[in-house]
Design a protein around this ligand. Structure first.
Ligand code: NAP
Length: 255
């Protein structure tokens, strides 16, 4: 790909949850499209592996997105290291506890809220401050479950609907912040979360067949396919796209 046609040429972009799955794949897509990467993950080992896979100017920060001080410190570190911030892909998240509402513990509910929803808010807070006035773009990773329901997933569905609301509300503030805010809504994507912890878990067996059926494209997604969609939303090619919910789900939510 020639330098001039790369979507993120020269842009400094944060990726959260960069140590695995969609975050790692997206970071690689962004780097191929010219971005300088600030990689955030609570797991330093996976995150450093991603940094080493990308090479070049990519830098890794250990950051727990549910911890405000950790987020503030990592964003400040990235801005100090690269001199500015142009974009962010807020992707870090965990899966559901796989329980019906009456069986879900308040502690399980609080944990997923803290990471999947409060974590996105905290990242947006410090990223928007860093980008304010100089333009910039944020893409949040919601889910198909951000616009539809699913059994055994009320905790996860609630967080991902929350990310959709947060994205839309922040997009209504672009006139004040100058930052565009959009979301990607993936279907089932073959990452460690899905392959190792959901599909490999007998407790989820009953949920899998109906999920396959809903992906009308006839397969589950690859993490790079989410990265490509996020890459475009972060780029200047999407300069008039704001508050959009981009499904990347093989038709999962189309019916
Ligand atoms: P993954 O392979 O488990 O990767 C998630 C990464 O986020 C892991 O490295 C994880 O670290 C990190 N992380 C978790 N909690 C964190 C925290 N508090 N602070 C910083 N990093 C944290 O999962 P994935 O499938 O790529 O999922 C990425 C995102 O896509 C999630 O938000 C998920 O909800 C969303 N999504 C996934 C799918 C799918 O089918 N895979 C579909 C729709 C949406 P640890 O390894 O230490 O947990």
């Amino acid at each position: 790909m020639s330098g001039t046609s790369r979507l993120l040429d020269g842009k400094v972009v944060i990726v959260t949850g960069a140590g695995s799955g969609i975050g790692r794949a997206a970071a690689r897509v962004f780097a191929e499209d010219g971005a300088q990467l600030a990689l955030f993950d609570r797991d330093p080992r996976g995150n450093e592996e991603t940094r080493d896979l990308i090479g070049g100017s990519a830098r890794a920060w250990t950051c727990d997105v549910s911890d405000e001080a950790s987020v503030a410190e990592a964003v400040a570190g990235a801005v100090a290291a690269f001199g500015r911030l142009d974009g962010a892909f807020n992707n870090a998240g965990i899966e559901m506890a796989n329980k019906l509402v009456p069986d879900l513990d308040a502690a399980e509910w609080a944990r997923i809220m803290a990471i999947n929803l409060t974590g996105v808010f905290l990242c947006m807070k410090y990223q928007t401050r860093a980008m304010q006035g100089s333009g910039g773009a944020i893409v949040n990773n919601s889910s198909g479950d951000g616009i539809i329901g699913a059994p055994y997933a009320s905790d996860y569905v609630a967080t991902k609907h929350g990310v959709v609301g947060l994205t839309r509300a922040a997009a209504c503030e672009t006139r004040y912040t100058g930052v565009r805010v959009n979301a990607v809504l993936p279907g089932l994507i073959l990452t460690p979360m899905v392959e190792e912890r959901l599909l490999g878990n007998p407790a989820f067996e009953a949920q899998v067949a109906p999920m396959v059926e809903r992906h009308s494209i006839g397969r589950f997604g690859q993490p790079e396919e989410v990265g490509q969609a996020a890459c475009w939303l972060l780029s200047d090619r999407a300069s008039f796209v704001n508050g959009a919910l981009l499904t990347v789900d093989g038709g999962y939510t189309a019916r």
